[in-house]
Design a protein around this ligand. Structure first.
Ligand code: DCM
Length: 151
C-alpha cells in the first residue's frame, strides 16, 4: 500500500518534470489475452534489434494516450485494441518517458501480425524472464507478472 502510494507520487512528479522539459511520451501496450501478454521483437535500430518490447510508440501532439495505444497497435500489429488503464509507473527512456497501458483486444479484432517487428509472441507469466527485453520494459516485468497471475 505504502509502496503503491509512493510509486503514484513519483509518477505524478516525473509527469510534471517531463511536461516542464517538453519531453516526449512513448506509450507501450500490455495487450493481454487468455492470460498471456503480447511481446514484439524489435527490428530496428541495430542496437535494439532482436530485443523484445511491449508494442507502442510516441504520443502525437493533441492525442490522448489511450488513442495513441490504439493507433500504434493498428499501425504495428494490424489489430484493434482498447486501452483499459495504466500499468506500473513512468519509466525514463532516452527521448522522455515510457508509460505502459493495459489493453484488451477489441471485439472481433484481427489476430495481431508483425507489420513492423521481426516476430510476435504471446507470453505467459512463467516465460516472461526467458525473453531479452529492452531495458525500459524489463522494469515492468514484476507488474506484468502480477497482472497475468492476478497476484
Ligand atoms: N521504447 C521502449 N519500449 C517500448 C517501446 C518503445 O523503450 N515498449 C523506446 C524505444 C525508442 C522509443 O521508445 O527509444 C521510440 O520507440 P519507436 O522507435 O518504436 O518509435
Amino acid at each position: 500500500m505504502v509502496r503503491r502510494l509512493l510509486a503514484a507520487r513519483a509518477g505524478v512528479l516525473t509527469e510534471r518534470v517531463a511536461a516542464l522539459a517538453g519531453a516526449s511520451v512513448v506509450v507501450a501496450t500490455a495487450l493481454v489475452r487468455d492470460g498471456r501478454v503480447l511481446a514484439a521483437q524489435r527490428s530496428r535500430p541495430p542496437e535494439l534489434a532482436g530485443q523484445w518490447e511491449l508494442p507502442g510508440g510516441r504520443v502525437e501532439a493533441g492525442e490522448s494516450e489511450p488513442d495513441a495505444v490504439a493507433r500504434e497497435c493498428r499501425e504495428e500489429l494490424g489489430t484493434d485494441v482498447r486501452a483499459i488503464g495504466r500499468l506500473g509507473t513512468d519509466l525514463p527512456i532516452a527521448p522522455g518517458l515510457l508509460r505502459v497501458h493495459r489493453a484488451e483486444p477489441a471485439p472481433g479484432a484481427a489476430e495481431p501480425r508483425a507489420l513492423e517487428h521481426s516476430a510476435l509472441r504471446w507470453v505467459g507469466a512463467d516465460e516472461l524472464a526467458d525473453l531479452d527485453w529492452v531495458a525500459a520494459d524489463r522494469a515492468v516485468l514484476a507488474d506484468l507478472t502480477e497482472l497475468l497471475t492476478g497476484r
